[in-house]
Design a binder for this molecule. Structure first.
Ligand SMILES: Nc1nc2c(ncn2[C@@H]2O[C@H](COP(=O)(O)OP(=O)(O)OP(=O)(O)O)[C@@H](O)[C@H]2O)c(=O)[nH]1
Ligand SMILES: [Mg+2]
Length: 320
């Protein structure tokens, strides 16, 4: 069975394929789509064509070094399979992309008592919205969920999370404006334990990577958390805006320096035709994408599965 067929079969069996496809569907011209057009040319592969492929990848936010690796793997496969014509190389290329991504991220194993999830990322990346989406997802699974508003720098930030808590009917813990975020976290965790929550999601202030003191504060938050809840945070998700391209990678590196990151939530994937950043994150950060954001509403987030991602991107072509 061809790679494309295998992926289609796996995808058809998923219950939420509709949401996934519609989210990614809004822009017709994805990079995979552009790549596929190259395979429609009816002659043999040459250097000029390989360079055009590289350009499509780089335009889609795949870094130069990652694009080189992908093309090297592709070349090896072409040689091994003795393929010289473009039209026969498509399946090989998709397989190369798929293998390069590797296994999907492991889902978070919930703790026996309280599971603590920490959301980090720069301003406007989508931390608060993604916190709401995670809460909605866990609530739908029957879990008792709550938020801690650790962004004490802006009153509006706390209000925004408070509104989500109301809408979702989940617990909400906050401190005073300008209070030490770590002390708000400690109080919040104590209350979450008292209220016997299953999961508490900590929303933090957008931290610019250049502000060393803010990064240090993040380390402090983690230290206090671990003291009050063993093993906490059970997951630290770095929220990255899918539109930011290489900039996201710079951010990811800075956050990794300040704190251990378990996985990525890649937001605003509904608004981008790029998406190649996923391969660069895998390659250069060794981090997996746990979730992708597909819109502004609380149900617009999905765990990232590579088969779904490829299939949705490929489907766009046939819809266009
Ligand atoms: N289209 C789309 N918009 C999103 C997505 N995720 C977040 N947004 C929007 O992006 C904007 C910023 O999101 P927030 O969740 O407030 O970002 P934040 O990281 O909490 O921002 P700060 O608190 O300022 O650091 C809002 O208008 C969100 O509705 C997504 O997946 N798709
Ligand atoms: Mg926020």
């Amino acid at each position: 069975m061809s790679f494309f067929k295998k992926i289609s079969e796996a995808f058809k069996q998923r219950s939420d394929k509709q949401v996934y496809s519609e989210g990614l569907d809004r822009k017709k011209s994805t990079f995979i789509n552009k790549l596929l057009l190259l395979f429609e040319e009816e002659n043999e592969i040459d250097q000029e064509w390989i360079e055009r492929m590289m350009i499509v990848l780089i335009e889609a936010d795949v870094s130069v070094s990652t694009a080189r690796k992908l093309m090297k793997n592709f070349n090896t496969q072409l040689q091994e399979n003795q393929i010289v014509e473009k039209m026969y190389a498509k399946d090989v290329f998709l397989q190369v992309l798929n293998d390069f991504y590797g296994e999907d991220a492991q889902p978070l194993q919930l703790a026996e008592d309280l599971t603590v999830i920490l959301m980090v990322g720069v301003n406007g990346s989508g931390k608060t919205t993604s916190s709401a989406k995670l809460a909605s997802m866990y609530k739908n699974q029957g879990k008792k969920v709550g938020f801690i508003a650790a962004d004490t720098f802006r009153a509006a930030a706390t209000e925004q999370l408070g509104l989500w808590a109301q809408k979702l009917e989940v617990a909400f813990y906050k401190g005073d404006l300008n209070a030490d975020p770590s002390s708000v976290i400690v109080d919040g965790l104590k209350q979450a334990q008292r209220d016997e929550l299953d999961i508490v999601i900590i929303d933090t202030a957008g931290r610019l990577q250049t502000k060393v003191n803010l990064m240090n504060e993040l380390s402090k938050m983690k230290r206090v958390m671990t003291k009050f809840v063993p093993g906490a945070p059970h997951a630290t998700y770095l929220v990255l805006d899918g539109n930011l391209g290489q900039n996201s990678l710079t951010q990811a590196r800075e956050f990794e320096k300040a704190t251990h990151v378990d996985g990525i939530i890649l937001t605003k994937m509904d608004g981008t035709a790029k998406g190649g950043i996923i391969f660069t994150i895998i390659d250069e950060m060794n981090l997996k994408v746990n979730y992708i954001g597909l819109g502004e509403q609380m149900d617009d987030m999905r765990p990232f599965y590579r088969d779904q991602f490829f299939e949705s991107m490929l489907q766009v072509e046939s819809n266009a």
